[in-house]
Write a protein that binds this ligand. Structure first.
Ligand code: NI
Length: 172
């Protein structure tokens, strides 16, 4: 297993839609392990393949349930939203590819996702709350969409300004 390098805002790969995964082999399962390791190392709750430079429709999530069970540890291959509630929910989001930035994002409150697991077995996940939000955020990554694209133009400009400033500070 290995920790992969996370790509940051400005890296073109984050804007490229992922390709459908068609091989469910040991390489895929090893990649999923790396993605979990990378996500935990970065203390994130979700990570999509484009965030480690791979244009693939693949993401991992670990959104802790209230009961602290492992039930929400998910590796989703070729996931799709098959149902989204009309009811929306507004809450803050951040992203491992845009560290330090957070903003309120409005999204459907409940979603149903269909995907396959890394062995090619079908999975269906119905989620609300934090998991619903995290799923939609990660699926956006597979289409080259970031949470900053889902806020008002004014908020987006403010976020980009803040990001630019933080990058300049990092460089010294
Ligand atoms: Ni993200």
């Amino acid at each position: 297993m290995a920790i992969r390098q996370i790509r940051y805002l400005g890296d073109e790969v984050l804007r490229v839609p992922g390709e459908v995964v068609s091989e469910f082999d040991d390489d895929l399962r090893a990649l999923v392990k790396d993605m979990f390791e990378t996500m935990y190392h970065a203390e994130g709750i979700g990570l999509a393949a484009p965030q480690i430079g791979l244009s693939l429709r693949l993401c991992v999530l670990d959104v802790q349930d209230d009961d602290g069970s492992d039930a929400d540890r998910l590796a989703l291959v070729n996931p799709e939203v098959v149902r989204a509630s009309r009811e929306t929910d507004k809450s803050t989001e951040g992203c491992l590819s845009i560290p330090g930035l957070e903003e309120f994002v409005t999204r459907p409150a409940t979603v149903t996702i269909r995907a396959t697991d890394p062995n090619g077995e079908p999975i269906e996940v119905e989620a609300d709350g934090m998991l619903a939000r995290a799923l939609q955020h990660e699926l956006d990554h597979l289409d080259g969409v970031l949470f900053i694209d889902r806020v008002s133009p004014l908020k987006r400009r403010m976020l980009l300004k803040k990001w630019k400033k933080s990058q300049e500070e990092d460089r010294g």
